[in-house]
Design a protein around this ligand. Structure first.
Ligand code: DOR
Ligand code: ZN
Length: 352
């Protein structure tokens, strides 16, 4: 039996286009989104050439226009030296992303720059942070000082989530997301995954993982942080951080639902309602995904739409096969096939 859901929203993906299309491009990345049950994705700015100018954003949007098969929106990046660009781009993006810890790309900022950007970002869209255990305190301080809406990405541990819970209880305008890899894998999995289990933030202990599950009510979004890298890159002496996730998030969550670890309502809240509200996303009543929840399967590296062709969840059990995706009334994906022409997805803009 098919169950119908609204088109799910992944607020955190890296589709690598332009600049690193050996890893992924807007066609393969958005095809992976449809195959995974997502009709809207929001793409991060840490491209090979960082998206920190209006011109680069325009180039990125042009590339997406030609290739996307689902709806897609963008974030802007900042190292604190492009504040003059903010008035030019604010209405074209869903937020500004700041990296307080090292990760893929050269994007690192310190606490002083954080303050500078918090003062300069005067728009309704949130500030998003990559802030791990050692930097989350700076972010909470900045939210308290400037009162700007802030979304903390990929919270992975007790040390990261606890200060956010406190900030929420204080009434600060802070939201946060967790990734499936932090919910379903731990540092013990690195033994067999090797570089395929390395991402930022890193996999944590079972105790940290339990803390995330036990405090899921404080978590606003489940976001894949879909970060494809080629097998060659992962097998090299300097493997980049990141794992793909668009096609595995829902099967893992529906399996967790079966096991009584998460409710159906929570899945809908964290992958549809909250993303829509936090990022003021336009949605459409005729955009739907149909999923066969009776289907249970082993997740494998075969048959994925992502160009990178692997998943860190291979061998794990998934539940729920996306059978059909309907975008604004039109069937765009059915039984594993993308039925849309490259470029027929929509570039979405923030409603606020
Ligand atoms: O593991 C990660 N990979 N974490 C990030 O924050 C960035 C991402 C990437 O771009 O590869
Ligand atoms: Zn990311």
């Amino acid at each position: 039996m098919l169950t119908q859901f609204p088109g799910f929203i992944d607020v955190h993906v890296h589709l690598r286009d332009p600049g690193q299309t050996q890893k992924e491009d807007f066609f393969t990345g958005t095809a992976a989104a449809l195959a995974g049950g997502f009709t809207t994705v929001l793409d991060m700015p840490n491209n090979a050439v960082p998206v920190t100018t209006a011109e680069r954003l325009a180039e990125k949007i042009a590339s997406a226009k030609a290739k996307t098969v689902c709806d897609i929106g963008f974030y802007f990046g900042s190292l604190g030296d492009n504040i003059d660009q903010f008035p030019l781009i604010h209405d074209k993006v869903f937020g500004i992303k700041l990296y307080l810890n090292h990760t893929t790309g050269n994007f690192l900022i310190n606490g002083d720059i954080l303050d500078k950007v918090f003062r300069a970002w005067v728009y309704p869209q949130p500030i998003l942070t990559h802030s791990e255990e050692d930097t989350i305190g700076d972010v909470v301080k900045a939210v308290r000082a400037y009162g700007k809406r802030t979304h903390v990405c990929h919270v992975s541990s007790k040390k990261e989530l606890e200060p956010i819970i406190q900030a929420k209880e204080e009434g600060l305008p802070i939201t946060c997301g967790v990734c499936p890899h932090h919910l379903f894998l731990t540092e013990d999995d690195v033994a067999h995954l090797g570089s395929y289990g390395r991402m930022k933030p890193s996999l944590k202990s079972k105790a940290d993982q339990d803390f995330l599950w036990e405090h899921l009510r404080y978590v606003d979004t489940i976001e894949s942080d879909h970060a494809p890298h080629t097998k060659e890159e992962k097998d090299s002496d300097t493997p980049p951080f990141g794992v793909p996730g668009l096609e595995t998030t829902l099967p893992l969550l529906f399996m967790a639902e079966k096991e009584g670890r998460i409710g159906r309502e929570d899945i809908l809240t964290k992958l549809y309602d909250n993303p829509k509200r936090i990022f003021s996303l336009p949605t459409d009543p005729d955009t739907k995904v149909e999923i066969d929840l009776d289907e249970e399967f082993e997740i494998t590296n075969e048959g994925l739409h992502t160009k990178c062709g692997w998943t860190p969840f291979a061998g794990m059990k998934g539940k729920g096969r996306v059978k059909r995706v309907i975008l604004r009334g039109k069937t765009v994906f059915e039984n594993g096939n993308v039925l849309m022409e490259a470029g027929s997805g929509r570039i979405v803009r923030c409603r606020s």
